[in-house]
Write a protein that binds this ligand. Structure first.
Ligand SMILES: *Cc1c(COP(=O)(O)O)cnc(C)c1O
Length: 481
C-alpha cells in the first residue's frame, strides 16, 4: 500500500515514510492509494475476536511494510492497560461508545498511545538515523495525550503548543505538570487555528528543516494530519458496528478537526455496516454550514465554547474526505485549499456535494443546548456526558426526531470530569468554586468515580511555564531544538 499527498506531489511514499513525515512536502495530507475491503470471513473473525486482534488485522492492511510481528508488538504494548472502546447501552436504540478510558481520559489516547510505537517501528524499517521532533498543536486533549504517549520514548522529542485561553484548567494542569526528559510545553496567545497554522508552516519551512537536519533532527506531527493518528481510529468503528450486527448503524460524532468522523468514513468504505455519519458541531459550526451548502466559509466569529476541543474553524481532515470523494483529484483539492488560504472560502462542485449529502447529516448545538443535553441524559438514564459528547447527544435527539434510525451509536470522546465547569453547571452545581472542588462536588452528586489520572492532579508540580506570542512560535521552537 502506498500513500499520496492530497495536493498531488508525485512522490508516493510507504506507510513508514508517511508516518515519519506526518505532512507531505506540499502541505497536503498523505492518504492511502486504495481502501481495502473486508471479506465475509474477516467480518466473522472480527465479531468473534478481541479488540486487539481486530486492530492487528486492520493495521496489517494499511501498514504493508510493517511485519506481522512488528504490528503485534505495537498493539500489545499500546493497548495493554485500558479498555479501548467499550459500548454502554442507553436504551433499545442508542449506545454510547466510550473512548476515554486511556491515561488522559480523552479519546485521543486510542491513537496517541500507539503512534509512538508506529513511529519508532517506522524509523527502524526505513533506517532513520536522525532524532524525530514531534510538534503538536492542541485544542487541549491532543497535547496531553501526545505528551503521555511520547514521554521518554528514545530517539524522539515532543513540543506541544496550546492556546493559553482556550483550554480548561484541568486540561492545562494535565499538560504543565507533564513529566519526561524529552517534553516541552508552550502556551501561545492565540487560538487552536493559530497554533495549527504555525505548526504547518514550521513543518514546511525549508530553512529551518535544513538547519535541524544538520543537527540530526527531523520534524514530524502527532496531529490527526498524520495518517498514523487516523488509522487506529478506524478500528473502533469496524469493531463496534460489526459487534452490534444490524444492517446499518448510524454514528454521531462530536467533530472538530474532522479526524474522528473521517475514520468512520474509512470504516464504512471498508464494508463495516455503518449508515449515516452525523457530524455534530458546537457554535463553531463551519462544518454544519458546509455540509448543508457545499460552501466552506471560515470568515466568521470564533467562539470559545464549553466544548473547547471542538473550537476549530479549519478542519484539516476535510481535505482527505474531499480527496476521496473526488476520486483523488489532487489539482481540484490544491485549488480548494489555495482558495481557503487566500480567500478563506471555497465551494465544492455539485457531484461532490451530492456524495456529501448521501454520507453525512450536519447538526450543531450552542452552549445552552449542550447543557440541556447533559441534564436530559443524566435525568433520563443516570448517565453523565462530557460537554463534547453532549453536543453529539443533542445531534442524536435532533436526527432521530426527523429520521428513522434503528440503531445509533453516540461516540463519547472525553470523561465528564475533564470538563467540570460545563458539566457541573448543567446539573445545577455552584461553578464559582475552583475547578477541582467542582470535580469533587460532581462526584458527590452522581456517585460516579473521578477517573484515576484526574485524582490528585491539582497538587502536582508545575514543570512547564514557557509562553509566547503567536508571531514568536517559530523562534521559540527553534530555540528549544
Ligand atoms: C479532539 C476532540 C474532539 C474532536 O475530534 P476531531 O477528530 O478533531 O474531529 C472531540 N471531542 C474531544 C473531547 C476531543 O478531544
Amino acid at each position: 500500500m502506498f500513500y499520496s499527498s492530497t495536493r498531488g506531489d508525485n512522490n508516493k511514499v510507504s506507510s513508514a515514510e508517511a508516518i515519519i513525515k506526518g505532512l507531505a512536502p506540499d502541505k497536503g495530507l498523505f492518504t492511502p492509494d486504495n481502501i481495502p475491503i473486508l471479506s465475509a470471513e474477516e467480518k466473522t473473525f472480527i465479531k468473534t475476536t478481541s479488540y486487539k486482534e481486530v486492530a492487528k488485522l486492520i493495521f496489517s492492511k494499511f501498514l504493508t511494510d510493517f511485519s506481522d510481528k512488528d504490528i503485534s508488538t505495537c498493539v500489545d504494548s499500546a493497548y495493554n492497560n485500558f479498555d479501548v472502546a467499550p459500548l454502554h447501552q442507553l436504551d433499545e436504540q442508542a449506545q454510547i461508545l466510550e473512548l476515554w478510558h486511556g491515561p488522559t481520559c480523552a479519546f485521543k489516547d486510542v491513537a496517541l498511545q500507539i503512534l509512538p510505537y508506529f513511529l519508532t517501528t517506522a524509523m527502524s524499517i526505513t533506517g532513520e538515523k536522525n532524532d524525530i521532533a514531534i510538534l503538536v498543536a492542541t485544542s487541549g486533549d491532543t497535547g496531553k495525550a501526545a505528551l503521555e504517549g511520547f514521554k521518554d520514548v528514545a530517539g524522539t522529542k515532543i513540543i506541544v503548543l496550546y492556546p493559553s485561553e482556550g483550554v480548561s484548567a484541568v486540561q492545562k494542569q494535565q499538560m504543565v505538570t507533564q513529566e519526561g526528559d524529552n517534553v516541552s510545553v508552550i502556551s501561545i496567545n492565540g487560538n487552536f487555528d493559530d497554533a495549527q497554522t504555525a505548526a504547518k508552516n514550521i513543518f514546511t519551512d525549508n530553512v529551518l528543516n535544513a538547519t535541524l537536519l544538520a543537527k540530526g533532527i527531523k520534524l514530524s506531527s502527532a496531529n490527526s494530519i498524520n495518517w498514523g493518528r487516523l488509522l487506529p481510529q478506524i478500528v473502533y468503528y469496524i469493531k463496534s458496528s460489526i459487534d452490534l450486527d444490524e444492517s446499518t448503524i448510524d454514528y454521531v460524532v462530536p467533530t472538530g478537526n474532522f479526524g474522528n468522523i473521517l475514520a468512520a468514513y474509512f470504516a464504512k468504505q471498508m464494508g463495516a455496516p455503518i449508515g449515516k455519519l452525523i457530524c455534530a458541531s458546537n457554535s463553531n459550526n463551519v462544518l454544519t454550514d458546509f455540509i448543508k451548502t457545499g460552501i466552506y466559509d471560515r470568515r466568521r466569529e470564533f467562539f470559545k465554547t464549553l466544548s473547547p476541543s471542538m473550537d476549530i474553524l479549519i478542519s484539516s481532515n476535510l481535505e482527505r474526505l474531499l480527496f476521496e470523494l473526488s476520486g483523488h483529484d489532487a489539482p481540484l483539492i490544491s485549488q480548494l485549499m489555495a482558495d481557503l488560504e487566500e480567500l478563506e472560502v471555497y465551494t465544492i462542485p455539485d457531484d461532490l456535494k451530492n456524495k456529501l449529502d448521501d454520507l453525512f447529516y450536519p447538526s450543531c448545538a450552542d452552549d445552552l443546548q449542550t447543557k440541556h443535553a447533559i441534564k436530559d441524559c443524566y435525568d433520563k438514564f443516570g448517565y453523565l456526558l462530557d460537554t463534547h459528547t453532549a453536543v453529539a447527544y443533542d445531534a442524536y435527539q435532533k436526527y432521530t426526531k426527523e429520521h428513522d434510525s434503528k440503531k445509533i451509536v453516540i461516540v463519547s470522546t472525553a470523561s465528564p470530569y475533564k470538563f467540570p465547569i460545563g458539566v457541573g453547571d448543567a446539573l445545577g452545581l455552584d461553578i464559582t468554586k475552583n475547578e477541582y472542588d467542582i470535580l469533587k462536588d460532581l462526584e458527590n452528586l452522581t456517585h460516579i468515580a473521578i477517573p484515576k489520572p484526574l485524582v490528585d492532579l491539582e497538587s502536582k508540580e508545575v514543570l512547564h511555564s514557557i509562553s509566547c506570542r503567536k508571531e514568536e512560535i517559530l523562534q521559540a521552537v527553534t530555540e528549544l531544538l
